[in-house]
Design a protein around this ligand. Structure first.
Ligand code: HEM
Length: 317
């Protein structure tokens, strides 16, 4: 990792077996803004206090702020690429933007650690926020998504992780920060399970049991893998860091994927969404969306750990 950049939050931390995703909106009063600012300086300490109790539990917390919250909470300057979630697609196949000012991504190898930290963080915030979405995600067998395919294989590794996820010289005041995009998806598992495995493999672009990428001669151009593979101006493949989690309530017929993607700019994640929902070329959309509906969407800026503490001292202009 580049030692010149400030210490990041736990963006690049290893994949865990449990997670809690929380999206909250700010209460509309000045006291609430003050409480949230002060809380920014407490997050790291609370994470240490809870995590210390199970040292091998890998507890971590990432906190992000949406464009709707930044100016109110902290004023200028603002992260260069922070903007409201961009919607993509057409009616019936749409990536909607939904309300949310603050995102918490809490990860650990045991749900009790995630649960305890979420409780402590919420207690500290009190009435200053209203939680509008809360999902407990779990690891499903050998790193599989709820649709039965291994998820996360093509994530960047090693030095590629900070290279693709952490802001550097392009926005010096916010270096060590990151952007994170989340979407909650619900799947029609009856329709999905009715597809033969070979057809499912053509939807994802990989084999189901062994997780091997299909060759270019057989991988359809509307497969998920084909449409989320993108390259930059120099022809180099652009990666994002994903840590999706299955969630659901079988008794209620709910089967979901909580998508979470980190990158040093929102642009690559948005290009993937455009390819998936609009199509590449237009109309050649992601076949996975015939079985999956996005019900939430939010884009957040993740300050470096150092900046997060300093934000407690900020006052909006
Ligand atoms: C409907 C919810 C989703 C499910 C169930 C899902 C599942 C998967 C699976 C099983 C793979 C193959 C293994 C891997 O490399 O991880 C994959 C790959 C990938 N997905 Fe998703 N995904 C979802 C949504 C998204 C979204 C919204 C994005 C981006 C905006 C995305 C970006 C990617 C990328 C970049 C890859 C790697 C492609 C490659 O290099 O081959 N996924 N996903």
């Amino acid at each position: 990792m580049n030692n010149d950049i400030p210490e990041p939050q736990a963006v690049c931390s290893p994949i865990t077996s449990s997670a809690i995703f929380m999206v909250a909106t700010l209460a509309p009063d000045r006291d609430a803004l003050h409480t949230v600012r002060e809380w920014c300086a407490d997050i790291a300490g609370l994470t240490r206090s809870v995590g210390k109790r199970v040292p091998a539990g890998n507890l971590s917390c990432v906190c992000g702020f949406a464009a709707s919250a930044w100016d109110q909470l902290f004023g200028g300057p603002r992260p260069a690429a922070l903007h409201p979630f961009r919607e993509f697609g057409v009616e019936g196949r749409r990536a909607p933007a939904t309300p949310g000012d603050i995102l918490l991504h809490i990860r650990a190898d045991q749900m009790d650690l995630c649960f305890e930290l979420a409780t402590q963080l919420m207690t500290a915030l009190g009435d200053a926020v209203k939680v509008v979405d809360e999902v407990q995600g779990f690891r499903y067998f050998d790193m599989r998504s709820i649709v039965g395919f291994v998820d996360g294989t093509e994530n960047p590794v090693g030095r590629q992780v900070p290279k693709f996820t952490l802001i550097g010289d392009e926005d010096p005041a916010f270096s060590g920060g990151s952007y994170v995009l989340v979407q909650k998806y619900l799947h029609n598992m009856t329709a999905w399970n009715a597809l033969p495995v070979e057809a499912q493999e053509r939807v994802i672009g990989r084999t189901k049991l062994s997780d091997i990428e299909l060759g270019d001669e057989v991988k359809p151009s509307n497969s998920h893998s084909a449409l989320t593979t993108i390259t930059g101006a120099d022809g180099e493949e652009l990666k994002i860091l994903r840590d999706n989690m299955p969630f659901g309530r079988p008794g209620a017929g709910e089967f979901g994927t909580y998508f979470i993607g980190y990158a040093r700019s929102p642009a690559p994640i948005e290009l993937m969404l455009e390819n998936m929902f609009v199509g590449r070329p237009v109309g050649n959309y992601d076949r996975l969306l015939d079985f999956s509906t996005a019900v939430t969407g939010g884009l957040f800026f993740v300050p470096s750990a150092e900046l997060l503490e300093d934000l407690a001292e900020r006052t909006p202009d």
